[in-house]
Design a protein around this ligand. Structure first.
Ligand SMILES: [Zn+2]
Length: 355
């Protein structure tokens, strides 16, 4: 990955975007696509649609999409001593949170804090084996009264764990919320790459919100857009760690290339187009069998209105929904190239009707 791309990924990962509070990331998407888009439009939920110019006016409508929200927290209650109680936004694992450094994204800027926890020395034996529920976790920002905390933090402010993108060995990187800001990155770069040539289709780069709360953004976004074809970019659980079983998860390796999902949630002809394009471009891919509706935006988009030819391109990711997810920059670059090359081949809607 070149420096410019790494900087964009770093910026996206550093930008807080818990579900419902995605505007800071959407502003980056807007900035990146403003120059090449024919039109940029946000809907009432905050979904952002960037319409690209098409050479054929009757070409199919193609939605390239990723969700820009991340899991996080929201300020729920401030006690008399100024400690802040919070609720998870999306699927946060409660036992990973105590001891973390956090940022509360308040009206006047980010407020640093820590998630407090009783020291291990003071825990009773039975409590050492217990996951501490969120109702027993709290944030200490250094204030000593409710009124002091209230001058800085308001009920409903979003909060994120404060960790930055960092390189590991080789092409591997770790960061918070690759799910799915790495998808936001791939969407932006694939759109930019695809439009370097005149397209036979009408391409829309769509950055959707609130996926982590149950695919809430993609549903109205696809209803409003009425796409014929959709390509969804998401994380894929890697099974190449000591504790993930490939018999359950499927065989997915970080560094093995983008993952093409195959199953009822994926249009067979679009899957074949992706696979053949990957072969023609010399891009390694992995195939993941998914026997049911996936828990991704691909599910609601496929079922939108009269149905949409949908495919799911996943980037192998370890430790998903922790603050230290891991992926390979080579896989991410490959996903961008694969998506752009595939979009250039989408010429007609009819070829995706299963017959
Ligand atoms: Zn996701």
């Amino acid at each position: 990955m070149n420096d410019q791309d790494y900087q964009l990924l770093e910026e996206l990962i550093a930008t807080p975007s818990p579900s419902g509070y995605e505007q800071p990331v959407q502003r980056i998407v807007r900035r990146e696509l403003a120059e090449i888009a024919e039109q940029l439009q946000s809907d009432l939920l905050g979904n952002l649609v960037a319409a690209m110019p098409a050479s054929a006016s009757d070409g199919p409508r193609v939605m390239l999409t990723a969700h820009c929200d991340e899991i996080g927290f929201l300020v729920k209650y401030i006690d008399d001593n100024g400690f802040i109680f919070f609720a998870p936004v999306g699927g946060v694992d409660p036992h990973l949170v105590p001891g973390q450094r956090v940022r509360i994204h308040a009206a006047n800027g980010p407020i640093p804090g820590v998630v407090g926890k009783k020291p291990i020395h003071l825990l009773e034996t039975k409590d050492k084996e217990r996951v501490i529920p969120f109702t027993e976790q709290f944030v200490d920002i250094g204030c000593s009264s409710r009124s002091e905390t209230e001058t800085l933090v308001a009920i409903g402010d979003p909060m994120t764990i404060n960790v930055a993108l960092e390189r590991l060995q080789g092409e591997l990187v770790t960061g918070r919320g690759f799910d799915d800001r790495m998808g936001t990155f791939a969407m932006i770069r694939a759109v930019q790459l695809a439009v370097r040539q005149a397209l036979p289709c009408k391409l829309y780069g769509v950055s959707v919100v609130q996926e982590e709360l149950g695919l809430r953004g993609a549903q109205p976004a696809s209803f409003g857009l009425v796409p014929d074809v959709a390509l969804v970019i998401e994380i894929g659980h890697a099974s190449d760690t000591p504790t993930n079983d490939p018999k359950v998860v499927g065989e997915v390796k970080v560094g093995g290339g983008p993952v093409l999902s195959r199953g009822p949630n994926v249009n067979p002809a679009l899957f074949e187009l992706l696979r053949q394009t990957a072969a023609a471009e010399g891009i390694p891919v992995q195939v993941l069998g998914e026997q049911r509706a996936t828990s991704t935006d691909a599910n609601v988009i496929q079922l939108s209105r009269q149905g949409v030819a949908t495919a799911l391109v996943r980037v192998p990711t370890r430790y998903v929904h922790t603050s230290s997810e891991v992926l390979s920059l080579a896989d991410l670059d490959a996903a961008v190239r694969l998506l752009a090359a595939t979009i250039r081949k989408i010429k007609d809607r009819e070829s995706f009707i299963p017959l």
